[in-house]
Design a protein. Structure first.
Length: 331
């Protein structure tokens, strides 16, 4: 009996050991969402123990994620290196946000920030800018990151890119989970188990999850409102123009299931005297699945970013006109 138990334990142990190389050989194709996110977390991100930031991009990091090169500059921005101060006559734009702004699964030149800058330059405007987007950030982290590494770059305009999951509370961090940091097999099994629980109804579905974030007493939503007010104050104190642009959740577009959430966010933004632009009208007539990075991953792809960027360029033009008139920038 004892020998049989040892045999079973031994075979189980060998099978578990074999899972890791088998996962790396046959499962890691370069497009498996959970593995690409794991690579992003381990190769591009780093832990930041400040409680209002939590994690950030490593400076000068590089990785291939979802078959796209992801390169950060000396500040950790996913955008080309720019000087500490904008050249004379150039209006500088800071883009703050999460993985949507960072450009998950999208080539750098097709990310929202780069497409907006390209669109403005195509109209003869003198602009530069930088991409503060970091995956898994909420609005509170975006504000803290802006204050830490964005404000010293002295932007003239802040574009806060808002996505529905920005209302989440602070992420939790496990700094001592060796398997999470080193094992692809563990990452896949955890992700698939979570998917199984969702399909069985043991955890809330995605619509309920998002809507629950915006209950009046939800801690994340309370902090998000404070963060929006914080962005407005930072901009006002520094004489910077601020605009908030809303990127819709791309599972369903017409009818859009979260119009009430968008209205709630818009109300909070406009109460601060800040312009709010909803990008849903720019893409609502598109087939949603054609806008996703991959079929199971509805992050905006290059096509979506290119379309939505046009909706950001338009309201930025009068802001640049104001800068041109007052400071001879962005003309």
């Amino acid at each position: 009996m004892f020998k049989n138990i040892l045999l079973v334990l031994g075979v189980t142990f060998v099978c578990l050991l074999a899972l890791e190389p088998l996962t790396r050989l046959f499962v890691d194709t370069g497009s498996v969402y959970e593995l690409e996110m794991w690579k992003y977390a381990t190769r591009v991100k780093e832990r930041d123990h400040r409680p209002d930031i939590g994690h950030r991009h490593r400076p000068n990091a590089h990785a291939t994620l979802m078959a796209q090169d992801v390169q950060t500059d000396s500040h950790g921005f996913r955008s080309p290196e720019i000087p500490a101060q904008a050249p004379p006559g150039v209006a500088r734009i800071a883009f703050a946000g999460d993985s949507v702004t960072m450009g998950w699964g999208v080539a750098e030149k097709e990310t929202l920030p780069m497409q907006v800058l390209a669109g403005l330059k195509a109209q003869g405007r003198k602009v530069d800018g930088f991409n503060l987007g970091v995956g898994n950030y909420n609005t509170w982290q975006e504000l803290a990151s802006y204050k830490d590494i964005g404000a010293p770059m002295k932007p003239d305009i802040i574009v806060l890119v808002y996505f529905i999951n920005d209302g989440e509370p602070m992420p939790t961090y496990n700094d001592h989970d060796w398997l999470e940091e080193h094992s692809m097999a563990w990452v896949v099994m955890n992700y698939r188990f979570d998917a199984l629980m969702r399909s069985s109804g043991e955890v809330p579905d995605w619509k309920k999850y998002y809507r629950d974030l915006y209950k009046d007493n939800a801690p994340g939503w309370i902090k998000t409102q404070e963060a929006i007010a914080g962005f407005a104050k930072v901009a006002k104190d520094a004489g910077i123009q601020l605009i908030v642009v809303h990127v819709p959740e791309l599972h369903e577009l017409k009818p859009y299931p979260f119009a009430d959430v968008t209205a709630k966010v818009k109300s909070v933004v406009e109460a601060q005297g800040v312009q709010f632009i909803d990008l849903l009208p720019t893409i609502e007539n598109e087939d949603p699945s054609t806008l996703w990075v991959t079929v199971p991953d509805p992050h905006p792809n290059g096509k979506a970013d290119i379309i939505m960027a046009k909706g950001i360029v338009k309201p930025l033009l009068p802001m640049l006109d104001k800068l041109c008139s007052a400071q001879n920038k962005g003309c």
